[in-house]
Ligand binder design. Structure first.
Ligand SMILES: Cc1cc2nc3c(=O)[nH]c(=O)nc-3n(C[C@H](O)[C@H](O)[C@H](O)COP(=O)(O)OP(=O)(O)OC[C@H]3O[C@@H](n4cnc5c(N)ncnc54)[C@H](O)[C@@H]3O)c2cc1C
Length: 426
């Protein structure tokens, strides 16, 4: 028997692709991991805001089959809010509308981009977009989301995620609208009912043996077997497995194995990630925005991004109301939720999204210790060392924080599928 740990998308996918006769353990009382939704007073929020997009025909087919095609397909309406102006995403090809001085600086910077082979993310920004876009948008926004020095980040994750337009496209975009669609999420899908969590919920119906409220705390070597020790509703339990597939974040997984060598523990301690405080807001007012989401590079706003679920699916709010999810990333100590809430409300009023007298029917704070993997310059070496050790113990680590890669939903599903297929071959 194989034991799968974690019923997020990668664990569900591994269990689904492996078939019956295996056990999936999840510590929470529901499946979905990061990809869950909650409904409060008639408002539905994703725990962290999500949209579904993929270049994989297989994943697209699978997700649509799981939801019987009940997804809404839309064209992205994402903007950067800067200098009291809504600049359509991607910023660098939609400069029109900004003050002329800023446009000139961005174009001038793009024309004089340094001709270098970038060695880190900061250099990549300059070499790809020039100093103007770097100064006004890319540097402040990325410093805000990552909370990590951009000079100490690698560029392994950038390709296919951050658009890299030509100077001609930027000039055209400064004069008016560009026609080309940029980025992999120019079109996306979203479940009509139930928020993004509808996807793992439907997935779980295709998986036979899921044990919820099952918190794994140790994986113990037992000759040719592995003992998986966990508590279910507080009661100690043990399973014997020939292999374990885990989507537990690598630093936590390493701690579960008692005999781990010092160099592997050290490598796991060197892995870098950031955390996220999310605020779900239900507003007793109709259509407070017509956009899907907004990026906020400016320091005066505590949040880096806000999203409007009601524009992803009208089913996420009661009639005549609106909802917002606000994201504030952090590293290290968790910010005080009440203080942050006050700054969130203040910022939303300052940006003209909320009004002073708006009635907030929901204003809930959530927290994720593991939100984004940070690609520091030692990322690859550390991850490879840990993965090789786990593999020697017959533990496959998969998913966003199991692979320690910037995986989206589709890649998490494919990660679980790949792990299952490899198991079948072993
Ligand atoms: C802020 C944010 C926004 C995102 N937006 C998008 C988006 O718009 N589109 C997109 O495609 N992707 C998005 N993603 C990425 C997406 O959420 C992930 O790729 C996907 O959900 C990862 O699934 P996973 O199974 O790898 O990990 P997880 O979802 O983290 O699942 C791991 C599971 O393991 C369980 N677990 C952990 N420890 C134990 C233990 N000891 N015992 C038992 N169970 C345990 C957890 O409870 C969890 O259920 C976003 C992610 C974040 C953080």
């Amino acid at each position: 028997m194989k034991v799968i740990i974690g019923a997020g998308l990668s664990g569900l996918s591994a269990a689904y692709h492996m078939g019956s006769g295996n056990k999936l353990l999840e510590r929470e009382s529901e499946v979905g991991g990061l990809c869950r939704s909650v409904t409060t007073k008639g408002y539905t929020f994703d725990l962290a805001p999500h949209i579904f997009f993929t270049g994989s025909q297989y994943v697209n087919g699978l997700v649509n089959e799981l939801l019987n095609g009940d997804l809404i397909k839309q064209r992205r309406r994402a903007y950067i809010y800067l200098l009291s102006t809504y600049v359509e995403y991607p910023f660098e090809v939609n400069l029109h509308g900004l003050p002329q001085g800023v446009i000139d600086e961005c174009i001038e910077g793009a024309r004089n981009r340094p001709d270098i082979q970038p060695r880190n993310f900061m250099e990549w920004i300059s070499a790809t977009m020039g100093e103007g876009v770097a100064r006004h948008y890319m540097v402040p926004y990325n410093e805000k989301i990552w909370k990590y020095p951009l000079k100490e980040m690698s560029i392994d994750w950038v390709a296919g995620r951050v658009p890299a337009p030509s100077v001609e496209e930027m000039v055209k975009g400064a004069q008016g609208k560009v026609e080309r669609e940029y980025g992999p999420n120019a079109y996306f899908q979203y479940p009509r009912v139930g928020g993004i969590g509808a996807i793992p919920t439907a997935f779980a119906k295709r998986v036979t043996d899921i044990s919820l409220n099952s918190n794994v705390h140790e994986i113990r070597h037992n000759g040719k077997r592995l003992d998986v020790l966990y508590t279910r509703n507080g009661e100690p339990k043990r399973l014997e497995a020939d292999r374990v597939l885990s989507s537990v974040p690598l630093p936590e997984l390493v701690k579960m194995i008692k005999s781990t060598p010092e160099e592997v523990i050290k490598a796991s301690e060197r892995l870098v990630s950031n955390s996220l405080a999310c605020f779900n807001i239900g507003v007793d007012r109709e259509t407070i925005s017509d956009k899907h989401w907004l990026y906020f590079p400016e320091k005066e706003y505590i949040f880096n991004r806000i999203s409007f679920p009601m524009n992803l699916s009208p089913e996420t709010t009661p009639k005549g109301k609106s909802n917002i999810v606000v994201e504030v990333t952090y590293r290290g100590a968790k910010p005080d939720p009440e203080e942050t809430k006050a700054k969130v409300r203040e910022g939303l009023i300052h940006a003209g999204i909320l009004r002073e007298n708006d009635k907030l029917e929901v204003f809930d704070a959530l927290d994720f210790k593991y939100a984004y993997v940070i690609y520091d310059l030692q990322h690859k070496g550390n991850v490879n060392l840990i993965q090789a050790y786990l593999e020697s113990l017959r533990v496959s680590s998969m998913g966003r924080f199991g692979e320690w890669e910037y995986l989206n939903m589709d890649k998490a599903i494919l990660s679980g599928k790949r792990a299952a297929e490899e198991e079948k071959r072993k």
